[in-house]
Design a protein around this ligand. Structure first.
Ligand code: HEM
Length: 501
């Protein structure tokens, strides 16, 4: 080794050591700032915290064990971050409803701050999120959440969806792929004012980008905890790919915004973008947190796509899986549809109140499918006192809905799929559905709940009215195994749809 190589090695080592020391100081000083009475939890190791507890384990099982050891509110250190997990119906209601204001913010990690600038609906906090949520709910209402117009848009999509399924001629097809296209088109209809042909190149690219980015975010999300990982050579955590995808989605939405700006009817907004642009013009007060600028709009539209497509398609995917496994339940549902609707017209929302078995079935799908078991992360923007403990500023807070949905005290034999558990002696819903918190609770409850429920009703009942669903082959029933990413999804499977004559 010559002197230059030696010097550069010493320099390299000095730099590495300095970085490690600085990181250690930062980590230690952060945890030293936490008060003594943070929620109890495992101690973990320096720097990495309790990360090893989660390695190769089902996170929901780990949380069940930790709840048994530490109680309804426990903490888990992951890297420099403190995660507080809230379990059980009572603690969840106390936090997210009784102390709703304090528990309403997002954690504000690297992804939220750098990629979404804490704008839009999903990743924002404080007054800003109150204002954008109020605007979005009002716009959804005006666009027809409570009128026939939205129903007609969904029915238009249902018709296109049924045609695609009929074209499969009873051959096995990818259940989820088609569902993603259909529910994405409903969001297109609401945000852009029009649906796309399923073969439209731009539309296909948009849906592919959204699915791919959601998948990549599961691994890429690690930079929220360890932001410095993005400086590693190569693209090990797909951060660059996520950034490129998001840019392409933003460009697509940006084009739509420009087109709307030129063509819109200012007295009669037809979609979310037009309603937003009208508000943008009206807005003259600069002291509001929400400025209604183009970035607020772009990120909000992106949020609606990310939040509203994979979730709804994943639920349809679970529902079909339970139906393929349970022929008697499928027959019973179809019988209810034939009694209330018949076969000469498509089901409509007005039929819903007469179909308690559908309601019970879908509620059981929400419970057993449990597609967002840890909701989206919430965050403490200041120290929060809760049940005599302190959740320190900067903590990530996770509601654990699995602790309710699979609680045997609330749902007997929770591993069984049994829609009847939600029906009383009179055949009507018995109130137990209130414990199925599929859309979360409190100030950040899902903004698309009504839309999702409408879509699911119209899609599921129309499908069952027209087709019988069978496994790919009688000896090849798809598995109930799930993968937990952004959503908890059933493994991909194919099924056959046989037209009912
Ligand atoms: C079966 C379908 C769906 C399920 C199970 C579901 C569930 C959820 C859950 C658990 C949250 C997190 C709430 C929290 O942070 O505590 C959420 C948020 C959200 N959902 Fe949904 N969702 C569904 C469909 C939709 C649809 C169709 C849309 C849109 C049009 C939508 C829009 C949103 C938005 C905008 C948020 C963020 C709310 C906020 O941050 O304040 N969701 N959803």
């Amino acid at each position: 080794m010559n002197i230059f190589e030696f010097t550069s090695l010493v320099n390299f080592n000095t730099v590495t050591v300095t970085i490690v020391v600085v990181l250690l100081i930062l980590l230690v000083s952060r945890s030293l700032q936490w008060p003594a009475n943070i929620p109890p939890g495992p101690t973990g190791y320096p720097i990495i915290g309790c990360i090893t507890l989660l390695r190769n384990r089902n996170i929901l099982e780990v949380f069940r064990e930790l709840r048994g050891q530490y109680g309804d509110v426990f903490s888990l250190k992951i890297g420099p971050n403190l995660n507080v997990i809230i379990n059980g119906r009572e603690a969840l209601r106390e936090a997210f409803i009784k102390q709703g204001d304090e528990f309403a913010d997002r954690p504000g990690g690297f992804l939220e701050e750098k990629m979404f600038q804490e704008k839009g609906i999903v990743f924002s906090s404080g007054n800003y999120v109150k204002q954008i949520r109020t605007f979005t709910s009002a716009t959804f209402r005006n666009l027809g959440f409570e009128k026939r117009s939205l129903e007609l848009r969904i029915q238009e999509e249902v018709t296109a969806y049924l045609e695609i399924i009929e074209k499969q001629n009873g051959e096995p097809y990818d259940m989820k792929g088609v569902a993603v296209l259909a529910v994405s088109n409903v969001i297109c209809s609401m945000t852009f004012g029009n649906r796309f042909d399923y073969n439209d190149t731009k539309f296909k690219r948009l849906t592919t980008l959204i699915s791919e980015t959601l998948r990549l975010l599961v691994v890429g999300g690690v930079i929220n905890t360890f932001p410095w990982l993005r400086f590693l050579p190569g693209d090990r955590f797909s951060i660059k790919k996520i950034v490129d995808n998001i840019k392409e989605i933003k460009d697509f939405i940006g084009e739509q915004i420009q087109e709307h700006r030129h063509k819109m009817d200012r007295d009669n907004p037809r979609d979310f973008i037009e309603a937003f642009l009208i508000q943008q013009q009206k807005k003259n007060s600069s002291d509001e947190d929400l400025k209604f600028d183009d970035m607020d709009l772009m990120i909000s539209v992106m949020n609606l796509f990310f939040a509203g497509t994979d979730t709804t398609a994943t639920i349809i995917h679970w529902a079909m899986l339970f139906l393929i496994h349970n022929k008697p339940i499928q027959d019973k549902l179809r019988q209810e549809i034939m009694t209330v609707v018949g076969s000469s017209r498509l089901p409509s929302l007005a039929d819903k109140t007469d179909m308690p078995y559908y309601e019970a079935f879908m509620t059981e799908v929400f419970r057993k499918g449990n597609i967002v078991p840890l909701s989206l992360p919430h965050g403490a923007k200041k120290d929060i006192s809760f049940r005599g403990m302190v959740i320190p500023k900067g903590s990530t807070i996770m509601p654990n809905f699995d602790s309710v949905m699979s609680n045997p005290d609330l749902f007997e034999d929770p591993d069984e799929f049994r829609p009847e558990r939600f029906l009383g002696q009179d055949g009507k819903m018995n109130g137990k559905e209130r414990d199925v918190m599929a859309f979360s609770l409190g100030r950040r409850v899902c903004l698309g709940e009504s839309l999702a429920r409408m879509e699911l009703f119209l899609f599921m009942t129309s499908l069952l009215q027209r087709f019988e669903f069978l496994p790919e082959s009688p000896d090849k029933l798809p598995t109930f195994d799930a993968t937990l990413g952004i959503t908890r999804a059933a493994k991909d499977y194919s099924c056959r749809a046989i037209k009912i004559q």
